[in-house]
Design a protein. Structure first.
Length: 240
C-alpha cells in the first residue's frame, strides 16, 4: 500500500477475495497449459490458504501506455532474480517464482476478465462507475489490509527457516532428516522426494511448511510447452 502511494497510484476499489481452484485456473487461463501437476496442486494450496486483497487502481497522471502494462513493469518479474530495487516485488521481498506475493493483469483484456472473476455483476457495475468518477478507496483498502494482517499468524516463509522447523520434528535416523540435511547442504532435492520422505517418516507437514518446501523445490513448467499467451510476469517490460 505504501509503495502504491509513493508510485502515484490511486485505489478506486478494494475487497477481500478468497481464491479457489476454479479462480486459479481462470486467472492464469492462458498460461496454465504449461504448468506441471505439482505446480497446479501447489497453486491451489497457497492461493486458497488465506483471503487476498483485491485492488482496482488508476494512475494519477497522463501516461502514453496502458496502466496494466505500466504496473506489470513496475511490479517486477515473478523470478526474484529478475526483480530490481524500486519494483514492487523487490520491496515486498518476493520469495520464489510461485510465492511472488502479488498478481496483476498484464493487459486491458486480462483486467476486464479478472474483474469478472473477482467481482459479481452488481459490484462490477459499481466499480466501473467508481472508475469513471475517480473514487478514492484508500481508507477502505488500508482498513482491509490491516484486518487481513491482524488475522494471520507471523510466519517464517524462508526455505532455511522452514527446513529448520521441520528438522526439529524429524528424528535423526529418518529418511526426511537425511533429505532435508542434504537440502541444507546445497544438494539438489526434488519436491516429490521430500513429500514422500515426510510421509514415510510419519512427519505431518503443516500447510505452510508444505507450501514453502513445495514452491521452492517443484518443477513449475512442462518442458517444450509454450503458453497460449505470453506471461507478462515471467518477462515484464524493462524499466526505463
Amino acid at each position: 500500500m505504501k509503495w502504491l502511494s509513493a508510485q502515484r497510484w490511486e485505489v478506486v476499489h478494494a475487497r477481500r477475495f478468497r481464491v479457489n481452484r476454479w479462480a486459479v485456473r481462470a486467472l492464469w487461463q492462458y498460461q496454465w497449459n504449461t504448468a506441471t501437476r505439482d505446480r497446479r496442486e501447489m497453486a491451489d494450496r497457497y492461493m486458497s490458504a488465506t483471503d487476498s486483497l483485491v485492488l482496482v487502481l488508476r494512475v494519477t497522471d497522463e501516461s502514453t501506455e496502458w496502466a496494466c502494462t505500466e504496473l506489470t513493469r513496475a511490479k517486477g518479474g515473478s523470478d526474484p532474480l529478475r526483480c530490481r530495487p524500486g519494483q514492487l516485488r523487490h520491496a515486498l521481498g518476493t520469495l520464489n517464482q510461485q510465492l511472488n506475493l502479488v498478481h496483476s493483469a498484464d493487459e486491458p483484456a486480462d483486467l476486464i476478465r479478472e474483474i469478472g472473476i473477482c467481482c459479481p455483476a452488481e459490484e462490477r457495475s459499481a466499480l466501473y462507475t467508481a472508475l469513471a468518477d475517480g473514487a478514492d478507496a484508500w481508507g477502505e483498502a488500508f482498513a482491509l489490509a490491516h484486518e487481513l494482517e491482524a488475522g494471520q499468524e507471523l510466519r517464517d516463509l524462508s526455505l532455511s527457516g522452514t527446513v529448520e522447523q521441520v528438522l526439529a520434528r524429524a528424528g535423526r535416523s529418518t529418511e526426511l532428516h537425511d533429505c532435508l540435511t542434504r537440502l541444507s547442504a546445497g544438494d539438489e532435492v526434488s519436491w516429490p522426494a521430500v513429500s514422500r520422505a515426510a510421509e514415510r517418516s510419519g512427519v505431518d507437514l503443516g500447510d505452510w511448511e508444505r507450501i514453502v518446501l513445495g514452491t521452492y523445490l517443484l518443477v513449475p513448467t512442462l518442458a517444450g510447452v509454450t503458453p497460449l499467451l505470453p506471461d507478462g510476469s515471467a518477462h515484464p517490460p524493462e524499466l526505463p
